[in-house]
Design a binder for this molecule. Sequence first.
Ligand code: SF4
Length: 356
Amino acid sequence: MGKVVVGGDAPISVQSMTNTDTRDIVATTEQITQLADAGADIVRVSCPDKEAALSVAQLVENSPVPLIADIHFDHKLALIALDGGIHCLRINPGNIGAKERVAEVVRAASARKVPIRIGVNAGSLDKDLLAKYGEPCADAMVESGLKHIRILEDLNYNEIKISLKASSVAMTVEAYRKLAKMVDYPLHLGITEAGGTLPGSVKSAIGLGLLLSEGIGDTLRVSLSADPIEEVRVGFEILKTLGLRTRGVNIISCPTCSRQEFAVIDVVAKLEKRLSHIRESVNLSIIGCIVNGPGEAKECHVGLVGGGGENLLYIDGKPYEKVADNNLVSRLVDEVEIAAKKIREQQEIENSAKND
Ligand code: SF4
C-alpha cells in the first residue's frame, strides 16, 4: 500500500482515520500530518460525496503516509479516489450494486496496483445473512467476508485485505480466528465502536492482543470515540506490549504508595508530554523508592530512583548522579534525548553497513 507493506513478515502497521471534513483539505492535511507524527503508518479518510472524493488528489500529494479512501455504496467515488492517486480503497464490493460497477472499480484498482480492503461490520450485515443466522454472529461475519472475497476473486483480483469488526470482543476474536484458517489474505484488525479512550483501549487491547499473540493480524486500527491521535498511541502501546513493534519512550513507572520519595505521578505525566516527540525506543524507569527502583533502573537506558530529595539518576543501568526534586523532569528529558540520539546514530551505522 504505497510505501507500506502489509502482510507476510512486514511489521504490523498502525492505522487511524481522520475525523475532519475531508472536503476541508487544509484541516484534513493537518490532521493526517499529526497522525503520521504520532506514528500512524497509514491514514484513512472517508469520502461520503463527490467533493470529498475529489479532495483525495490533493490530500495524497500533501500526505507523508499512504492514504485509504473509505467508500460506501457509490462506485463513482471509488473511481474518483483512484484517479486522485489513493493508495488503497476500503469498499465492500457487494454493496456497490451491479456487477459491471464492481468490475469497473476492480479494473481501475488493478491498473494502479491499489489494494482493496473488504470491511465487514457486524452492525451492517446483509439482510440475507441476518435472516439465515438470526442475529449478528462470527459465522455471519465470516460468510459475509467470504462472499465479498469471492466477488473480487471472480474478477481475478486478489490484492485484498479483510476486516471483520464487531463491538463485541468475543465475536470479533472468533470471527478472525475462523477466517484466518480459511484465507491467506492480510487481515486488518479492529474492535469497532469500542467506546471512549479507557473502555475502547481495554477492549482493543484484549481483542487485538489475543489475535496478535496467536499470529493473526497484519495491520490494525483502534477505534475510539476520542481524538484519533489516541488511537495511534493505543495501537502502538498494544504492539509494544506484545513486543511486535518498538517506538518512542517506554516509561516503566511504579503505581506509587506512601514510600514514594518524589511525586511520581506528576513527573510521569510531565515526561509523557515532554517526550512524545521521541521516536527511538528508549526505556525509562521512574520509580518512587529503593524497593524496586535500582532493579528496574539497571535494565533501562535511563532510570530514576526516589531518595528523599536526593534522587538517584541511572544511565545505562549504572548510578550516575543525584538529582534534586525540582530538577527531575528537565534532567530526565535531557538524558532521554541523549539516549535517543545514541540509538539513532547506532541505527544509522547499522543501516549504512547493510547498504554497503
Ligand atoms: S516502588 Fe516504592 S514508591 Fe513505588 S509503589 Fe513500590 S514501594 Fe511504593
